[in-house]
Design a protein around this ligand. Structure first.
Ligand SMILES: [Zn+2]
Length: 318
């Protein structure tokens, strides 16, 4: 990775062909399930072989019995092989007639997502986002009736009024604020662990562009006006349903930076030697390597001719 390349975003490395046109082909879906690789998801966690594993546990579809449209969602294909996720309800112990949840362990993507390979990561973020949405959208938002799963998990349908309901993705911007001396501004939320700082972020509001959201969020949280907004990349963040869209932006008046005192309780400017020093003396915890915030900070550090792998130690999972 050098400073001219895109951000290194662990959750954006998907190689899944979603094969969307096959979702409505019931015969294809039923047949594909029998030879498919099937992952398990429950309570926002992904099934793994054991508690120390850093990979997904896959079952052969035939091992799990027939395809069940209410809880088996089609994820797509990789190298001609089909993938599904079986979504267990919160209390369910039985994965199939022959398998129970006692035979596997569960972990969140936040915990092990950065260890997954390219094949697994796309499956995991898609499965996680889908499962989160299904769990919270059991009823029709128009008439309140129970909805059923259609299109192999891609939609839910109300059979009373025929309305279709699609998974939602909530756009959020995240921004690395810089000044003319190439320092970066980080902020601290009062609810975070002590010494944890990160970049600024917020949800895009109805009718708002990404650029205007960047300007508004930074002004609200850190008190400075930014311009020269540049797009850096995006990463799905299915906790529960966000897409993080990353930018950098410059302020001409770094001395005006001040926390809003509500969401943000402290802001600090760092140059590269200050950030390295704060990490080594324990007064700065950076966001985890799986996050967009960390990818932006690492890229900035590297663009100064330094190695971001040296910024170790401080890492907070939230
Ligand atoms: Zn309805």
């Amino acid at each position: 990775m050098n400073s001219e390349q895109p951000l290194n975003l662990p959750l954006s490395r998907s190689v899944v062909d979603r094969n969307a046109e096959k979702r409505t082909d019931d015969a294809f879906i039923k047949n594909a399930f029998t030879t498919a690789q099937v992952m398990i998801i429950q309570n926002g966690k992904v099934g793994i072989p054991n508690e120390f594993a850093k990979n997904i546990k896959f079952f052969k579809g035939a091992q799990l019995g027939a395809y069940e449209s209410e809880r088996d969602y089609y994820l797509g294909e990789i190298s001609g092989e089909s993938y599904f996720v079986r979504h267990l309800s919160p209390e369910q112990k039985q994965i199939s007639s022959g398998e129970t949840t006692d035979s596997i362990s569960f972990a969140t993507l936040r915990e092990f997502g950065s260890h997954l390979d390219e094949r697994e990561i796309g499956l995991a973020v898609q499965a996680q986002g889908l499962a989160n949405w299904h769990e919270k959208h059991l009823r029709c938002s128009i008439c309140g009736a129970a909805t059923v799963v259609k299109s192999a998990g891609a939609i839910r349908k109300c059979e009373l009024d025929d309305s279709e309901h699609y998974p939602r993705t909530d756009c959020a911007i995240i921004v690395l604020v810089k000044d003319k001396d190439d320092r970066i501004l980080l902020g601290r939320q009062s609810v975070w662990p002590q010494h944890r700082f990160s970049t600024f972020a917020g949800f895009v509001e109805p009718g708002e562009s990404f650029e205007n959201c960047v300007i508004r969020e930074v002004k609200e949280e850190a008190g400075v006006y930014v311009s020269k907004i540049k797009y850096l990349g995006s990463q799905p963040w299915p906790f529960p349903s966000s897409l993080m869209v990353a930018f950098e932006a410059i302020t001409d008046a770094p001395e005006n930076a001040k926390p809003d005192g509500i969401e943000i309780e402290q802001v600090r400017w760092f140059n590269r030697s200050q950030i390295a020093a704060a990490i080594s003396d324990g007064t700065l915890l950076l966001p985890p390597r799986i996050s967009v915030a960390r990818a932006m900070i690492d890229k900035w550090y590297e663009s100064g001719g330094l190695n971001p792998a040296d910024l170790k130690g401080g890492e907070a999972l939230r």
